[in-house]
Design a protein around this ligand. Structure first.
Ligand SMILES: *Cc1c(COP(=O)(O)O)cnc(C)c1O
Length: 361
């Protein structure tokens, strides 16, 4: 078997132990003569998997008792609809920070449901910068304030949070969820598609302060109503059982290496190796994102020409490093270094960058 270093932005590399455990028990789960994905979601085997994964989210992120944890289908993208449908009543308005393509999608969906005020739009800087969170002009009457903690395309990541006062702060933390500690009590809601740091695609993890449920209107169909999922522990309908099972395995691995404090240290180390490689060859590489908001998850960088970028991506692949092409909308190169990327992978990339610059600079 040869696993390569996979720098893809998502879906992306997962811990080898999680993959191997799942492979070993896939066909015959705990001697039951069937796979977990062939069992009822009401079975005691699945119930244990479901609640173990939920408990790990609560434990690792230190989620207070007055927050519900939900596992929902539809990815983070369904949350772009569910949030305004539940929390943006007619006659009110919400505040949005548009920091990149994910925030923009969330904002556009909210604008189809109700009134949206954009308090920051990074478009003029091609979404490669973030504002000072303390300098935002916020509406104290807003139904909520929505932020996106990390943008995978621009490669920007909030390092501090706006003080929204009594306004519910809602955060899409899909691409850095479980990579750092969060002051959960500052947020009314956190949500994340699992497929970056927390598992495979197919499940969104929602952490919702219980009092928010009082705001849900009675007009919604069942699946769109957070109250239904909260009251049934995300077992109202058949949940995405396999993704949830893999989230459990991924978080068990995370716990075994030291949880979020360890994840933070490793994220700084991995991204630091690559940013340093850029800084060591300033005539060859450049990072378009200012230091104060550089992502520790998605490191974007440019080479002198697009032809060199193409050659870089191809030669890196031949050397065992895949997924380094920047997003098609912005070009350039991007190394996504989520939790499961070994430091050795970032080191291999940094060494390769040095060699490539010497050869072609
Ligand atoms: C990856 C990502 C998404 C997309 O989530 P889906 O599960 O594909 O809907 C949304 N928001 C952010 C910030 C992301 O990084």
């Amino acid at each position: 078997m040869s696993r390569i270093f996979n720098f893809a932005a998502g879906p992306c590399t997962l811990p080898l132990s999680a993959l191997e455990e799942a492979a070993a028990e896939f066909v015959d789960y705990q001697g039951k003569g069937m796979s977990l994905i062939e069992m009822s979601h009401r079975s005691k085997e699945y119930d244990a998997v479901h609640h173990e994964a939920m408990d790990l989210v609560r434990e690792l992120l230190a989620v207070p008792a007055n927050y519900k944890i939900l596992f929902l289908g539809g990815g983070a993208t369904l949350q772009f609809s569910m949030i305004p449908l539940n929390f943006l009543p007619a006659g009110s308005s919400c505040d949005f920070t548009v920091t990149g393509s994910w925030a923009k999608k969330a904002c556009e969906d909210a604008a189809k449901v109700g009134k949206v005020r954009v308090v920051y739009d990074g478009k003029a800087e091609s979404y490669m910068n973030l504002p000072d969170p303390a300098a935002l002009d916020l509406d104290p009457e807003a139904a909520y304030l929505h932020v996106t903690s990390n943008e995978t395309i621009g490669g920007v990541q909030w390092q501090g949070w706006p003080d929204a006062g009594d306004v519910p702060l809602i955060c899409d933390c899909s691409s850095d969820f479980m990579s750092r500690r969060l002051p959960v009590a500052k947020f009314a809601m956190l949500y994340a598609g699992a497929q970056k740091n927390a598992g495979p695609a197919g499940v969104a993890i929602v952490i919702l302060r219980e009092d928010m449920l009082e705001r849900c209107p009675d007009t919604l169909t069942a699946y769109l109503d957070y109250r239904i999922h909260a009251s049934k522990d995300s077992l109202y309908n058949t949940p995405p059982v396999f993704p949830i099972y893999m989230v459990g395995k991924t978080l068990k691995w995370l716990k075994s290496i030291g949880g979020l404090p360890a994840a933070e240290k490793l994220a700084a180390e991995r991204s630091g190796l690559i940013y340093d490689a850029v800084a060591r060859h300033p005539d060859f590489y450049r990072c378009p994102v200012p230091a104060h908001c550089r992502s520790l998850m998605n490191v974007v960088f440019r080479l002198p020409t697009e032809d060199l970028e193409k050659a870089f991506v191809a030669e890196a692949l031949a050397a065992g490093m895949s997924g380094l092409k920047g997003h098609r909308s912005v070009g350039g190169c991007r190394a996504s270094v989520y939790n499961a990327m070994p430091v050795a992978g970032a080191k291999a990339l940094a060494d390769f960058m040095g060699d490539f610059a010497k050869k072609n600079g």
